[in-house]
Design a protein around this ligand. Sequence first.
Ligand SMILES: CC(C)(COP(=O)(O)OP(=O)(O)OC[C@H]1O[C@@H](n2cnc3c(N)ncnc32)[C@H](O)[C@@H]1OP(=O)(O)O)[C@@H](O)C(=O)NCCC(=O)NCCS
Length: 184
Amino acid sequence: MLEGKTVNLRVAEKEDVPVFVEWANKLEVLGEYQGLVQMSKGEAEKMLDTSDVRLFLVEKKDGSKIGFIAHFHVLHTGTGTRQLEVGYSLIPSERGKGYCSEAVKIMVDYLFLSREIVRIQAQTDVRNVASQKVLEKAGFKREGTLRKTGFVRGEWTDDYIYSILREEWKEPKILTRTERSVRH
Ligand SMILES: CC(C)(COP(=O)(O)OP(=O)(O)OC[C@H]1O[C@@H](n2cnc3c(N)ncnc32)[C@H](O)[C@@H]1OP(=O)(O)O)[C@@H](O)C(=O)NCCC(=O)NCCS
């Protein structure tokens, strides 16, 4: 469990698959700017078992589940390196309350504290202002535009690519380092 001030991130378990599948298949949760995904429970269970995707539930302090945040690998075909990318969605009723900004800050702290990586990246539709603000508040910088890289509701769409480098992050913002573990 990664503990923040208003939300915690908890690694998804098998019993979280039904709620995750419900969200992943729901247009309102994916929002206007993400592709339409249809995922079965079996596919979600397989995803939880792969080392390439790590899914966390975003929970409020009362334990209610309000969304998810994941980190996963993407291949940089030019160099063959694997880059870590993050993605997230909250249920509509819990948006606009600062929860996702905190969730992304926690995830960035966690990844830089626990892995020997120099960079974390994220992509977001150029129209998705809320997501861009979330990333910028967590210290990500916009690197450029990936033209016609997404296919959303029948249209090719442009994405911004963002990243934060270890030297820009400098130190944990929410999680603090302890001798043996990472905790709040
Ligand atoms: C993107 C998303 C995760 C943002 O989560 P959130 O918890 O609502 O974000 P926050 O409350 O932390 O808000 C971050 C900033 O965006 C602003 N914001 C929120 N919704 C906004 C909107 N619809 N348009 C413009 N700005 C918005 C907030 O005011 C805040 O800015 P501020 O700190 O300057 O006031 C959420 O809107 C969502 O789940 N959308 C659908 C899925 C999605 O698009 N995921 C991202 C794919 S890349």
